[in-house]
Design a protein around this ligand. Sequence first.
Ligand SMILES: *[C@@H]1O[C@H](CO)[C@@H](O)[C@H](O)[C@H]1NC(C)=O
Ligand SMILES: *[C@@H]1O[C@H](CO)[C@@H](O)[C@H](O)[C@H]1NC(C)=O
Length: 486
Amino acid sequence: MSSLKQPIALLKAMLVRIPLILKTILLHGARMSPVRGKQDLRTELTVAIIRSFITFTTPVGKLQKDSMRDPGIKGPMWVSKVTLPQPEVDVRDAVLRAIEDLKTGDETYDVPNAAAVEAEWTGYRSKVGKRTAQPDISEEEKYHKLREESPSDMTILYFHGGAYFLMDPCSHRVPVAHLSHRTGAPVLSVRYRLAPQNPFPAGLVDALTAYLSLIHPPAGSLHKPVPANKIVLAGDSAGGNLSLVLLQTLLTLHRASHTIRFHGKDIPIELPGGVATVSPWCDVTRSMPSIRKNAVFDYLDAPPGTDTPFKPIPFPSDEVWPASPPRVDMFCNANMVLHPLVSPLAAPAELWKNAPPIWISAGEEGLTDEGLIVARRVHQAGVPLVAEVFEGMPHCHGLLMISTPSGRRFFESFAGFCRDAVAGRVASSGNLTHISYKAQSTKEIPIEKVCETTDEEAAALMRRSAAWRLEGEKELQKQWHERARL
Ligand SMILES: *[C@@H]1O[C@H](CO)[C@@H](O)[C@H](O)[C@H]1NC(C)=O
Ligand SMILES: *[C@@H]1O[C@H](CO)[C@@H](O)[C@H](O)[C@H]1NC(C)=O
């Protein structure tokens, strides 16, 4: 039954969008589209259709479930499912220590448990059709097949996107297997805990558990130990954020020469070989100018401005959202949004010192500025940086449109960076590469000049948004307490 339900639901969803699709095609053909000259028809349709699916009329629990529906494992990929066993509570405590070290005021957060972490080893599978299923063999045999075709000594630790409350490794298998194909590396794609049920820092604890499990495989692991400098942390959107936040956590613990008790051994904190981020979400407050300026190219709409009174996102309520007591953000308490481990944009340059090479790729999208400001700061800290912006492209375009000229250019750069990072070959040019429409030409721009928003202006915008959220959260909680008394 469910095998029938899905295609019918999809068909219905597409039927109601026919007027939208026709309108987009007509405006594009008549050269009357607001994005003409910067997006081809395929990109414009992709943006229009995804945008039309992002609505606030579905309860959060259902949105989450729908976004995690397993499409099955077929085509050119090997997937071996593993569970990384629960480590000692030290891993959680190390995260708490990093949070406390970087605290700027009286931030509060939920204290999660250390937990077992599910993940998928994902790799490329050659010589099969698009619909070929995986053979019916054990997860261990699948892992060995995967390693035969992905023999690199590099391992990519991948964190999927989805605003920290949606998606799953299963929704990202196609681009992740493609990344493996381009690099020859096995990819461990992590099912970290999601908000709103598990707010910050539960996902970060899982990310650290996965990282340490690669370097120090717990008993029963399929993989051999991976040297830290052969690991690249990678992720898109909120996963890009999680990669940067895991890096900040590792840097903080590394500075303090902290060791962690992990499956019976005291282990040092070592830094990875590189960090690669796709359209990273670096500012939970989403208050940089590009959020509005680039909205026309993107499917992510701008949130309401801080000049209007605060209103909660109008999702119909269900058992997961609003939280009790209510919060403004699904991901964290309002008083946490300026913490560097919540908003990488809030991390001053000195916190990035001694980081391994970082790659930041974005479109001409809402999140462009926050990525560029982080890039500028990383560069100022002397960290080798490769940064690029694709003209007219929406959020995570390369993952959505793999085989277009822009998508190919994107993956070439992504894979090239991963290979160079573990080989110790990334040199900073001090420039950002601007890639034109359909990747026809490129331009180098000094990184200091690519974003007009200064660090001071960015900090002021974030502070204003943080204050607005705090006010809003206070009001929500006041109403909640009043209702509870009745
Ligand atoms: C990561 O995402 C969170 C949640 O949106 C955000 O608050 C934070 O600023 C982001 N961190 C970085 C480093 O971008
Ligand atoms: C950086 O870009 C400028 C032009 O904007 C160029 O003159 C310079 O050679 C570039 N530097 C490197 C290392 O590519």
